[in-house]
Design a protein around this ligand. Sequence first.
Ligand code: KIV
Ligand code: ZN
Length: 526
Amino acid sequence: MTAPPERIRIFDTSLRDGEQSPGCSMGPAQKLRFALALAELGVDTVEAGFAASSEADAEGIARIARALRGTGVGVCSLARCRPGDIEAAARALEGADAPRLHVFIATSPLHREHKLGFSPAEVVDAAVRAVEHARRLVDDVEFSAEDAIRTEPEFLEAVFGAAAAAGARTLNVPDTVGYTTPAEIEALFRRLRAALPANAVLSAHCHDDLGLAVANSLAAIAGGARQVECTVNGIGERAGNAALEEIVMALSVRKDRFPFRTGIDTTRLVPTSRLLSRITGMAVQRNKAIVGANAFAHESGIHQHGMLKHRDTYEIMRPETVGWARSQMVLGRHSGRAAVNERLAFLGFSLDEAATERLFTRFKALAEKKKEVFDADLEALVLGEDANSAGWQLTAFHLSTGAGQGEQPAAAVELRAPDGEAHFGRGSGDGPVHALFAALTEARGLHLDIESYAVHSVSSGEDAQGQASLSTRHEGEELSASATSTDILEASALAWLALAQRIARRRTGPPGAVPAGADTATEARA
Ligand code: KIV
Ligand code: ZN
């Protein structure tokens, strides 16, 4: 009897390393929604945040820890090698049935000297004390040597050896700055595998600064890594982290080279990727492997001819295998509840009865405006619905571009406050969006310094819904919001209101508070 292939553990850090990158910030309800999707995808561990970084992060981790009970998925919090961090992480993980505490310290000479001001011995000492402390609170402890790739290999062996002896079960080798190459990292893993206790799981954590994160992760597996740390769509610091979907499909398609298995349900890859880009407002490039809109498009005549004769001529995996629906066009104004509910279930949404009813009403309204309602439209309805429903409503707006009259674009808006009172605002600006935001500022009585603004269509056709995404910095933290509408100016106004609401909530409510019911994924994206 042949032994089953060895398992590669998928450690998803979209909600920690991914979420901390510009344009990817998520609110607690959104994080929870995405964590549930990751569990459904079949990841082994969800790194849910960095508890000591903010109250909101700690609360987000705690909610995810409770929500993933019984799923078999581990929930992890990052912590520096500091007692306060470790205790905050352990507290946030209290409700988890498979908690993991992830401590890290930088080990490279550059970081030791310029960041920490620590000698090598002090680094080892801090790592050991942190792992021991973490082990007193949580069984499953992971230790990371930040900037491991630029660390002297003999020192890396010493730090990892000490961390393993102190009780760390997983030893993570981050290529923090995305510097390594496949041959180099494979050799490093072979060396570490030979030097470290056999029961310690070696893990790779690669960044994509040279576009090598996935190749390096695969090479690390060849060298002995049995856990890879990655993010959906490859989101993450600077150029991002290794993309989960690419690693998983490389392992699956090239079993001949990588005789391993993962727990991932590959048919959930596309829906999970799309969920993430709807939540963050960060679009996936069309030609992105596996989950990009063009990943399975065959445009050239020669390719189409080959495909018609035999799919394998130009297709190394089937689109259905990674979750692309055969047909994207599904619903229209005559579609009933059953069809909508079935499609929602296919897309991975499970809504309660009230939320389903609200969604159906809005689906009907959209179907009146649009001839065809695509999966992406439906997702946008669920995730981006009524960006201002829990607070201020946009009741009317008017824009004049000033074109041909030599005038500046001008806007007028009417808002309804939660107490029912109407508020009016007028504004002008360099362009219509600028004017609209000026009018909203006056009506809402709140100024936002918009750092980024992007609009993209969520489906196809002239009547496609547009998604507007905005971000701003508030008390040092990046906050973003997005909203959709068939009118991109309306989408922009709704996204602005959603962002304003997020800020107002931070000022008035407890840190990280979310509106009641927000975890049904049907609340405002704010
Ligand atoms: O890239 C990195 O070094 C990290 C560690 C904290 C694991 O994200
Ligand atoms: Zn990282």
